[in-house]
Design a protein around this ligand. Structure first.
Ligand code: HEM
Length: 510
């Protein structure tokens, strides 16, 4: 009856204290209480033999925000307070950082510290690759492909890169000699994406090639923009339309669609053969593996190219030395800068350009904020020079090379871009010191040990080829004078992006 109903409603009518609790003050109080409970429940205490534990008041997030705001300042402060080894909570994970470069070796050598325990999680979260977690045999086989990015295989990749550069720039070289204005970082992303896609996956056999690449590129960079969030474990459902963009990218790289690319590199061919052994050919997860490789080959190369160009454009002296170095090489190899696209340089010739290489390394030094992580599979003791250090199962161990890259004892005036930092007596400089001792590790944008980037030679060679073409055929000028800074949203994960873009212009040399 109506009476029963109203009586029933009465039973469920809000308690008198509920409006107060739902007020802003009440909600704030409830949130604070929840945080307190979380904090007390998850608070960890240091066990004997473990490294100092950094105190943090925010549950789960820990010190992540401070790290993101100013990574070098944050790490240096902790180093002063706790020493070269400490454990800190970052985004739900306890990470023990080892900051002394002379101790890195003990992390590399310890078999119980696992790279896969870290990387498989990232591959699952970011690319939705599930099988690697359970299939070690496939993982091992896929790793063997990486040798196809190096040695004589690299020479073949270089040929592909040159063809791709020709495709990108030849039409422009034959055009008029008026200035083109572009946004620098957007321009570099675009060129590196197209070059790398064609080098690694081949040319696209479609009438609307340009539109296809542009669409793929735009989706790729939207997806890449959420990389850190995905890698840190944020559910993809909370990231707007990224889930559907990822699916679209994965589908474009499945077995069926890969057939639309002609001239796959050896690494892609071998990878596809292996994947077809472990999956049905039509399995969509094959596309996820290819997206992973495409991401690895573009995501850090593009910002490295951008920073190198940016620093060069702002340092006319460096630009002049590089133009001179390249001119000399072209002359000594009998290559004239005639009209059209005719340059051909071998790997050895590119490697002889020491100032060009130094400029790229210096840009990497300033912009790389990668950390190398290992997963602690079981409680263990790490034997270090000065002390033993107990590590807890389920934690991570990290080295953080940017602290070396910005160490004034190793690199004088580390904040400054000095294009010739890595040249000594006309040769590549490889000797750097700390505490009077020669360093084995002083520049580590590519990680170390078992997980060291297998694409590092390709990345550097690709950037060198592109710069040789740009500096040989074009006049280049920066238009905006405002300085660009790193935005640190990718702290711990690779090359940082700029906090804004800047305009530059280029025209074919007359
Ligand atoms: C300047 C550009 C690049 C930078 C800074 C860079 C950096 C890195 C870093 C820091 C790692 C992880 C190392 C670790 O965790 O210890 C890595 C892994 C990897 N990189 Fe690169 N990379 C670059 C370009 C490339 C290119 C062009 C490729 C070509 C395919 C590539 C393929 C890979 C692959 C496949 C892995 C995973 C290796 C594994 O799972 O063991 N990278 N890279």
């Amino acid at each position: 009856t109506a009476e029963d109903a109203s009586a029933g409603m009465g039973r469920f009518s809000p308690e008198p204290w509920l409006p107060q609790l739902l007020s802003p003050r009440g909600l704030a109080l409830a949130a604070a209480l929840l945080l307190l409970v979380l904090f007390l429940r998850t608070r960890r205490t240091r066990r004997p033999g473990e490294p100092p534990l950094v105190k943090s008041w925010l549950p789960f997030i820990g010190e992540a925000l401070k790290l993101q705001r100013d990574p070098i300042g944050f790490m240096t402060t902790l180093q002063k307070q706790y020493g070269d080894i400490f454990t800190v909570l970052l985004g739900g994970k306890y990470i023990t950082f080892i900051l002394d470069p002379f101790q890195y070796q003990s992390v590399i050598k310890n078999q119980k510290l696992s790279f896969r325990g870290f990387s498989n999680k990232v591959l699952l979260r970011v690319f939705s690759i599930k099988k690697l977690v359970e299939d070690d045999a496939m993982n091992d086989e896929l790793h063997t492909c990486y040798q196809l990015l190096q040695g004589r295989h690299l020479d073949m990749l270089m040929e592909n890169t040159m063809q791709s550069l020709k495709q990108v720039f030849e039409p422009q070289l034959l055009k008029t000699t008026s200035w083109h204005t572009e946004s620098l970082f957007t321009f570099c992303n675009s060129v590196i994406f197209e070059m790398t896609l064609t080098t690694v996956y081949g040319s696209i056999l479609l009438g609307h090639r340009k539109t296809f690449i542009t669409e793929l590129k735009d989706d790729f960079f939207k997806f890449d923009g959420k990389f850190t969030q995905l890698a840190s474990g944020m559910p993809i459902e909370l990231l707007g339309n990224i889930k559907s963009i990822r699916l679209k990218l994965i589908k474009l790289l499945t077995t069926e669609n890969l057939a639309k690319f002609q001239g796959w590199s050896e690494v892609v061919q071998r990878r596809q053969d292996i994947l077809e052994k472990y999956y049905l050919p039509q399995d969509i997860e094959i596309g996820a593996h290819h997206l992973g490789l495409l991401w690895a080959s573009v995501a850090n190369t593009a910002p490295t190219m951008s920073w190198t160009m940016y620093y060069l454009l702002r340092n006319p002296e460096a630009m002049a030395v590089l133009r001179d170095e390249i001119d000399h090489l072209l002359q000594s190899t009998g290559q004239k800068k005639g009209p059209g696209f005719s340059i051909h340089l071998t790997r050895e010739q590119l490697d002889s350009l020491v100032y060009l290489e130094s400029t790229i390394l210096e840009s990497l030094r300033l912009s790389s904020f990668s950390s190398t992580f290992r997963f602690v599979q079981e409680d263990l003791t790490l034997h270090l020079e000065a002390q033993d250090c107990c590590l807890r199962k389920g934690d991570f161990v990290g080295v953080f090379p940017p602290i070396l890259h910005y160490d004034p004892e190793i690199f004088e005036a580390p904040e400054e871009f000095r294009f010739d930092r890595f040249v000594e007596n006309g040769k590549k400089k490889t000797t750097f010191f700390k505490r009077g001792k020669k360093l084995k590790y002083y520049l580590m944008p590519f990680g170390f040990g078992i997980s060291k980037c297998p694409g590092r030679f390709l990345a550097v060679v690709e950037i060198k080829q592109l710069l040789v073409i740009l500096l040989t055929y074009f006049d280049l000028e920066i238009i905006d004078d405002k300085p660009v800074k790193l935005n640190f949203s990718r702290s711990l994960f690779g090359i940082q992006h700029p906090d804004s873009d800047v305009s530059f212009r280029y025209k074919v040399k007359s």
